[in-house]
Write a protein that binds this ligand. Structure first.
Ligand code: CA
Ligand code: CA
Ligand code: CA
Length: 196
């Protein structure tokens, strides 16, 4: 009878030990899951904070560039900020601009995050096979930029160059960068008009 009780007591101890081991394992698992969840939340919060910071930098860069354009002599904006050098004067910043604090996307050909786009056309080769320079074009198709449109105020949209005769200048200023959550783009499209 005593031997039987001892065997039962031994089984109970093993059972208690087994239960404790399961509880410890469950506690470790729960702790691990809680830790991983917390780590994921922290990483997400960090990404969100960094993303917000990047967007703030991009927006400030776009606004600053728009201010620069607005403060430029209206008639000179096209030649100074298009992506061609054929019409450049002594000061010609061009279409690309740097944005301090942001990393360019891998495929960016010039390594500068900022880009100004004006409605230009690259005409066909001339009779001698030479490439004439691009020009300001009313027929440029970009509905978000409000194009095609009459830019010189003669009431028609045609294919003639308007580099020297525009009354309005549609422009897109954008920033593309490689950020915390991949490639990002922020852009503003607007029409510039002469200051009164
Ligand atoms: Ca130019
Ligand atoms: Ca660029
Ligand atoms: Ca016109």
């Amino acid at each position: 009878m005593r031997a039987h009780s001892l065997i039962r007591a031994g089984r109970r101890r093993r059972s208690e030990t087994g239960t404790s081991a399961v509880e410890v394992l469950m506690a470790i698992s729960t702790f691990a899951i809680a830790f991983l969840t917390l780590a994921a939340m922290t990483a997400t919060a960090r990404s969100q904070t960094q993303m917000n910071s990047e967007r703030r930098i991009a927006l400030q860069a776009v606004q600053s560039q728009l201010e620069t354009l607005k403060n430029t002599t209206f008639e000179a904006i096209f030649a100074m900020f298009d992506d061609s050098t054929h019409n450049d004067g002594p000061v010609a910043p061009g279409a690309n601009f740097d944005v301090v604090g942001l990393t360019p996307i891998d495929s960016d050909p010039d390594g500068q995050c900022g880009l100004i786009t004006l409605p230009t056309r690259l005409p066909p080769l001339d009779g001698e096979g030479n490439q004439p320079p691009p020009y300001l074009w009313e027929g440029y198709v970009d509905t978000r930029l409000g194009m095609p449109a009459d830019l010189d105020g003669d009431g028609v949209v045609d294919d003639d160059p308007k580099d020297d005769g525009y009354l309005h200048l549609p422009v897109r200023v954008e920033v593309r960068w490689n950020g915390a959550v991949g490639d990002q783009r922020l852009h503003v499209a607007t029409w510039l008009t002469p200051r009164r």
